[in-house]
Design a protein. Sequence first.
Length: 148
Amino acid sequence: MTRTRKRRLLIVVLILVGMSLATAVAITAMNQNVMFFVSPTDVAEQELSPERRFRLGGLVADGTVVRAPGSLDVEFQVTDGRHNVPVTYSGILPDLFREGQGVIAHGYLRDGRFEADEVLARHDETYTPPEVLRALEEAGHPGPDTNP
């Protein structure tokens, strides 16, 4: 093998190793940022780590919204018809947030309580996120008639 061919082979090998490392770093970063959807029934049936961030979805249970006077703190429960999960949140809630409304909360489960750092409400009368709709149907809770 000539000197030029050895140099070309070394360059090709270095490029392949570099691309492999970049791909591995990208895949690792994406896996760390993936947030899983969990229903209240899943929370009751699984042992979830307090360090694991996930999305809790379902309906705001009737009669459970309690707002702290003079602050933005609110407590409520999310239900899928079978189980309820207590949620605490400090911040401004979406305009469409109310009891019986579909909701997705992002955060952590600590000491049996879901500590949300973001709360999203469904944005119109007919839309429910597919994961929430599936969890509600599995729990035997009636869902909306239409879902795009």
